[in-house]
Design a protein around this ligand. Structure first.
Ligand SMILES: NC(=O)c1ccc[n+]([C@@H]2O[C@H](COP(=O)([O-])OP(=O)(O)OC[C@H]3O[C@@H](n4cnc5c(N)ncnc54)[C@H](OP(=O)(O)O)[C@@H]3O)[C@@H](O)[C@H]2O)c1
Length: 291
């Protein structure tokens, strides 16, 4: 049995993940922000569900953009459980509109949530994981964190940044026996769309809309089945139950908006390995700052 802490458990992938992992017999700290205000109903729902089903699930208040809140939540979980074995960095949000129409403070806020949020949580759990020489950290990014279809945007840009942080951390914590996996969902119907942050400058939004031909809208095929977000919760459980040291760096999940991304990741791995090898070749010696 592992002790698992999940961020953003009030809805979507987070809510499904905490239920799936708890139902599999693990001890779960389901964290969410504002448990007594905006997420009071979600917290009550989860508590009732776990009580009725006899699972080991505790709701803990955690706003991933607030350092003190993260520290307190991790301390609370560590003192209750002794240690945290697995962290799922799930909390995040999307945004809609052309980059120019977002204020810099909107951009900073989304980067803070999608990139620095997971880093805050990771910094809080890593000292104990390094001391124990074990642990698993899962970053939920997106296939949009690898490929920019259409016109790109603020949300994908934050997920690209998240990929860079997560992959760097993957290499850096591996010598301590800690696995870090980047889980890349395709597109799934969750409440995320309704919580998307609109660009502030409506005039600029209108000017871009006027200048840009609308994207072709296709109707779903008659037999189209929307993907089931439960796939992400199941993937988290599978990763958790894999033997330590044998987990992949990246894992793409879902039938929609995932075409070719696993292949792209495999190509990336090859390019990366070649580049690493090239560093040991005399004709490729890096001589920055030297003549
Ligand atoms: N759905 C997709 O197609 C898709 C695809 C790829 C990746 N993802 C990623 O998957 C993750 C989960 O998204 P979802 O689709 O399940 O949408 P969701 O239902 O909106 O879940 C997002 C969760 O993050 C929480 N959150 C937001 N700001 C927070 C903060 N400051 N501190 C703590 N929690 C916060 C939300 O809580 P509140 O209710 O309090 O805002 C919510 O519980 C996100 O990182 C998202 O980018 C989603």
């Amino acid at each position: 049995m592992a002790t698992v802490l999940v961020t953003g458990s009030s809805s979507g992938f987070g809510e499904l993940t905490v239920k799936t992992v708890a139902a599999a017999g693990h001890r779960v700290f389901a964290t969410m922000r504002h448990v007594h205000e905006r997420n009071a109903d979600a917290a009550r729902r989860l508590s009732t569900w776990s009580r009725e089903n006899g699972h080991d699930l505790s709701i803990v208040d955690m706003d991933v953009t607030d350092e003190e809140s993260v520290q307190k939540a991790v301390q609370r979980a560590e003192s209750r459980a002794g240690s945290i074995d697995v962290v799922v960095n799930n909390a995040g949000a999307s945004a809609a509109g052309p980059l120019e129409a977002f204020s810099i403070s909107q951009m900073a806020a989304l980067l803070d949530l999608n990139v620095l949020g997971p880093m805050r949580v990771n910094k809080a759990v890593l000292p104990a994981m390094r001391a124990r020489r074990s642990g698993l950290i899962i970053w939920i990014t997106s296939t949009l964190g690898r490929v920019l279809p259409g016109r790109g945007g603020l949300y994908p840009a934050t997920k690209w940044a998240a990929e860079g942080f997560a992959e760097s951390l993957h290499y850096q914590v591996a010598p301590f026996g800690i696995d870090l996996v980047i889980l890349e969902p395709g597109s799934f119907p969750t409440p995320a769309i309704s919580k998307s942050m609109p660009a502030e400058d409506r005039q600029v939004v209108a000017e871009y809309a006027e200048a840009t031909p609308p994207a072709d809208r296709v109707q779903p095929a008659p037999d189209y089945q929307p993907p089931n977000p439960q796939e992400i919760a199941d993937a988290v459980l599978r990763l958790l139950e894999m033997p330590a040291g044998h987990r992949p760096l990246r894992h793409v999940v879902g039938p929609v908006f995932t075409d070719g991304v696993a292949e792209y990741n495999a190509t990336y791995e090859r390019v990366r390995a070649n580049l690493e090898a090239s560093l040991r070749r005399p004709d490729q010696a890096i001589t920055w700052g030297r003549r």
